[in-house]
Design a binder for this molecule. Sequence first.
Ligand code: ZDP
Length: 286
Amino acid sequence: MAIEFTKYHGLGNDFILVDNRSSSTPVITPEQAIKLCDRHFGIGADGVIFALPGENGSNYTMRIFNSDGSEPEMCGNGIRCLAAFLADLEGVGASPVPNRQSPITYRINTLGGVMTPQLMSNGQVKVDMGLPKLLAGEIPTTLASSDEKVINRPLQVANQTWDVTCVSMGNPHCITFVEDVAAIPLEVIGPQFENHPVFPRRTNTEFIEVVSRDYVKMRVWERGAGITLACGTGACASLVAGVLTGKCDRMATVKLPGGPLHIEWSEIDQRVYMTGPAERVFTGKI
Ligand code: ZDP
């Protein structure tokens, strides 16, 4: 059976989007996703994203398979791409739409909770990413007792002690502030953070260089995907970690290898808002 797909990317974090609106079961298996994500033997992507029917009052459900076939709870760059994909599917305008009059909002059910992306008239997508989860038990990590926050806790990786802060944006993140992100040997230490026994569901790992209180540079090693050019949930988690450690303001630009994301951890409702691009690349059939 032929399956149509569309490639999108958010700051170079790229995904194969599949119209799965007529069934609640993904039409591609995790094993097939691994093959399709392969950059030499497949289409090439950091993950496969399915637009499924909504549940519990949401418009749609999003599910994702990482390029290693594992299934994360949430995906920040991916949900912006999903919003653009849905607008394309519904025929309410290809992305980006320069002349769109009013923003289009979707309520998206994910394994990490309900998220609300909004396609704005300038083509950017702003996502209400919900409340960050800060307690060790809900992240999850055993770095502290389950009802404690994990802020600047020592973690031994590669014969070094790192002061880490952990945040869940639906999916787990471990954030370390460093002097110079460019100097971090990500491909060596990334997998050691990801698979460290203190993270029972593994973890995404971000290294942050604070340039100023509202501008930080980030490099990421993603759980199940390795080095990627951007990670939306990681940028959100990192800003939250920056506020928790007193290094950042509540509104900041997070500069990723693929470009900038604007992140705000609202003082008013305590929710995290992420704004960034989502771009269609091409459509195909497999
Ligand atoms: O949590 C995980 O296993 C991540 N690899 C999911 C993908 C996260 C993503 N890069 C993001 O932008 O949040 C899509």
